[in-house]
Design a protein around this ligand. Structure first.
Ligand code: AMP
Length: 215
């Protein structure tokens, strides 16, 4: 299955993608993760993207499109894939369509994870990521005082772009530039929606997703 995950920052796309990858073997392609790796490795792309990312701005379309084109050339995409964090603008979605047709592939579903702003805000300020294994955890779901990853014991960190002012800005940009993709994919007949209620657990979203995708 070839899937695009749509939804505000903090809606749970990353966690959902990890669960789907583990159970069904679809390759999880997160443009945010690829960019963060480039930043860490201080590649040319990482250096060009850094300021945009730290300010909560979108990295220019041309850089992202080249990066995704390169990723789609890898052999593992034949297993099916989940795009997490891409496309984020209409021009990216247009280019993505062209990339897929050039590869003789087509998208099966755009899954919109619908969540309200208050929930997003609460979740991002409480989100922590494991430096060692990449697991995403919420301080809302772990025992107070827990400082390490529940999966591997690694150190947890708070992403630089998960601070309050940057979160507000990311949400504004999401509404202006990314949310129009919901209508865009609906028009193409590819949209499915999963609603996330305030106090949800990742497993609940996972179950609703399996039902929405008839998995
Ligand atoms: P994410 O991990 O998906 O929240 O992405 C983190 C940051 O990486 C975003 O706030 C953007 O600065 C950048 N980024 C990731 N994916 C894209 C994209 N498709 N288009 C533009 N910028 C992106």
């Amino acid at each position: 299955m070839r899937l695009v995950l749509l939804g505000a920052p903090g809606c749970g796309k990353g966690t959902l993608a990890i669960l789907l990858e583990a159970k069904y073997g679809f390759v999880h392609i997160s443009t945010g993760d690829i960019l963060r790796k480039n930043l860490e490795d201080k590649t040319d792309l990482g250096l060009r993207a850094e300021a945009f990312m730290n300010e909560g701005e979108l990295v220019p379309d041309a850089l992202i499109i080249d990066m995704v084109k390169e990723r789609l050339r890898e052999d593992d995409v034949v297993k099916g894939f989940l795009m997490d964090g891409f496309p984020r603008t209409i021009p990216q979605a247009d280019e993505f369509d062209k990339m897929l047709s050039a590869l003789g592939l087509k998208l099966d579903v755009a899954l919109f994870i619908k969540v309200d702003d208050e929930t997003v805000f609460r979740r991002l300020t409480n989100r922590r990521t494991c430096r060692a294994c990449g697991k995403i955890l919420s301080l809302l779901n772990i025992a107070p005082g827990t400082e390490n990853c529940s999966a591997c014991g690694g150190e947890l960190y708070h992403r630089d772009d998960d601070t309050e002012s940057v979160i507000h800005h990311r949400l504004e940009i999401y509404k202006e530039q990314t949310e129009p993709l919901v209508a865009w994919y609906k028009k193409k007949g590819l949209l499915r929606t999963v609603e996330v209620e305030g106090h949800y657990m990742p497993e609940d979203t996972f179950k609703s997703t399996e039902a929405a995708l008839n998995l």
